[in-house]
Write a protein that binds this ligand. Structure first.
Ligand code: SAM
Length: 250
């Protein structure tokens, strides 16, 4: 996904709005000021891009999915969005801040992403981001390993770094780390098919090459493994763990 496989913008907006709803707190951390130039990396369908713009900044949303950007443009026609890879982008004019919610764990080339972000910032510019951190969705990762065996690692589209891994990467690119926090965010989905929806939304890479029936079978196996631990009283709980970082370009 991201640069490889298609994102289903309709499923994202319909069933996974909690992703940007949780991101609202991160917009407060960004604390953008009137007229600032802000870049939103992995902007998806644009809800947080628009939220930052509503606070008076000039925002550019960047994403590598034509589906997600198409929906973003339809949602917010006056807003600027660009198609680019977070692992390798350049802008001619510097930004006052780079923001990113729930996207950077999809960018396996973290070094390329951090280099691009650092180069996009003016001196003293801010980088504020949140994404999956070490131990994120541990139960789902374990179920994926049980179902896909040795292929699980190969097919995994994510990186979930620890603070110890990510902070030095930022520092190597002259981003001074002011805050780094790894925290649990158990996320509840109140639908019987909530786990299936999640797997269909985010695990496309694992099902690539499988038939419709083959995919359904794998999803059934995964859901059966996860149900005893993760489904209670009609509610699925996703064991999200996020890494939040705030840094300044020096
Ligand atoms: C879970 S969505 C989050 C979207 C948005 N930030 C939000 O909070 O709703 C992750 C987004 O990251 C984007 N993405 C994944 N890999 C990317 C890459 N290499 N470059 C740019 N965007 C990427 C996806 O296309 C998707 O829109």
């Amino acid at each position: 996904m991201g640069t490889g496989c298609a994102w289903d913008a309709e499923r994202y907006e319909g069933k996974h709005s909690y992703v940007w709803q949780f991101g609202a707190g991160l917009v407060d951390v960004l604390a953008s000021r009137e007229g600032e130039r802000i870049l939103d990396v992995g902007c998806g369908t644009g809800q947080l891009t628009a939220e930052i713009a509503a606070r008076g900044a000039q925002v550019v949303g960047l994403d590598s999915s034509t589906n997600m950007l198409g929906q973003a443009r339809q949602n917010y026609p006056g807003q600027k969005f660009v198609l680019a890879d977070a692992a390798n982008f350049r802008f001619p004019e510097p930004f006052d801040a780079v923001f990113s919610n729930a996207a950077l764990h999809w960018v396996k080339n973290a070094e390329g992403a951090v280099e691009s972000i650092a180069l996009a910032l003016r001196p003293a510019g801010r980088f504020v981001a949140e994404f999956g951190g070490k131990g994120n969705i541990a139960s789902i990762m374990s179920a994926l390993r049980a179902v896909f065996g040795a292929e699980a690692e190969q097919r995994c589209p994510w990186i979930y770094p620890s603070i110890g891994e990510y902070a030095p990467l930022l520092e190597r690119h002259r981003l001074e780390v002011r805050e780094a926090r790894l925290f649990d965010r158990p996320t509840q989905v109140e639908e019987e098919d909530g786990m299936e929806n999640w797997l269909r939304m985010f695990c496309g890479r694992y099902f690539e090459g499988l038939s419709v029936e083959g995919t359904q079978e794998k999803i059934r196996e995964l859901v059966d493994i996860l149900r005893p631990d993760r489904y209670r009283d009609g509610v699925w709980t996703l064991d999200y763990r996020r890494l939040r970082v705030a840094a300044v370009k020096v």
